[in-house]
Design a binder for this molecule. Structure first.
Ligand SMILES: [Zn+2]
Length: 308
């Protein structure tokens, strides 16, 4: 296989455009992000699932700027943030409590194992925002984190807020021993377009049946197939929908990218008062700030921050 088979978004439609879909697959990008943080495996898995959902949701929106998926909960993972720019650069982090994670997993006899993200969120909510700069409309959606998987939570969101029939399936596979691959993830999203996507045949009953068939087919796909190194994303979609007038419409790349810089951190620190900065001093007297997305540490001397 080639690297092109992962870390990309492929757009398609079936049934003459009545149903549109996206398949996203992550490998190297997820690995780079997760390796920057060294999370315990269950946390890395939950963040990987969040990244897959974040990317597939962002890929269905037309925006020029930044998409963010964010959760706020009281469980072992108190929050995750996944950022995806319209250029396909993504970054992510999770905040978690080690003790709560151990207690929750000990109780469930799942210590150290992967669990669907909502098990580690324990309620709370998930928000999606799009920031296109000050002059443009921003988009915000919010949904309670209910359901067994993040895909279930997203289904609830689409039912309540968007009123677009949507089916999402997510697969996450952790690094396997002896394999060249690290984390792999795949998300497939199918949406029934308003006005049937301009489909000539507008027999509602016929389309209702076609939709149910397409969703059932999606449900039949195994996690193994979705993240298979032997299949390209197009192969995966072809397996599902080769007899549904499948058309591939677009492909674009995804990669890790953090937007932090020493200048940006310096600007923020300069807005703090001296007492707050004094609290941030390290043993050597310098002030250190670590980017929560990429773990890069920026060090400043007091003189640097007070020079103006
Ligand atoms: Zn950073």
């Amino acid at each position: 296989m080639t690297d092109f088979d992962f870390d990309n978004v492929v757009s398609f439609h079936i049934d003459s455009g009545a149903f549109r879909g996206k398949i996203i697959r992550l490998s190297k990008t997820a690995d780079i992000i997760l390796n920057k943080h060294k999370y315990p495996k269950p946390i890395a898995g939950a963040l990987c699932e969040s990244m897959a959902l974040g990317v597939v949701l962002s890929s269905a929106l037309k925006y020029d700027g930044l998409f963010t998926l964010q959760t706020k909960t009281n469980g072992p993972i108190s929050s995750v943030v996944v950022d995806v720019t319209s250029q396909g650069k993504m970054r992510a982090f999770a905040r978690y409590n080690e003790e709560q994670l151990t207690n929750a997993q000990t109780k469930r006899k799942t210590l150290g194992e992967l669990e669907p993200a909502p098990h580690l969120f324990c309620g709370g909510y998930m928000a999606f925002t799009v920031d296109q700069g000050t002059d443009m409309n921003s988009y915000q959606g919010i949904v309670e984190l209910e359901g067994n998987t993040l895909a279930d939570c997203a289904h609830k969101y689409f039912r309540q807020s968007e009123q677009i029939e949507t089916a999402i399936k997510i697969a996450i596979v952790p690094p396997e021993e002896g394999s060249d691959y690290g984390w792999r993830a795949c998300a497939i999203m199918l949406q029934r377009m308003p006005e049937n996507g301009g489909k000539v045949k507008t027999d509602k009953e016929e389309l209702d049946h076609a939709w149910i068939d397409a969703v059932t087919l999606l449900g039949s796909m195994t996690d193994k197939e979705m993240v298979s190194q032997k299949l390209s994303p197009t192969d995966v979609i072809y397996r599902l929908y080769h007899s549904n007038e499948l058309t591939i419409t677009d492909t674009h790349r995804l990669e890790f990218g953090c937007r932090c810089s020493k200048e940006k951190v310096e600007e923020t620190l300069k807005s703090f008062d001296r007492a707050d900065l004094a609290d941030m001093k390290k043993d050597d007297g310098n002030i250190g700030v670590t980017c929560q997305f990429c773990s890069t540490e920026y060090i400043f001397t007091e003189e640097e921050l007070y020079k103006d």
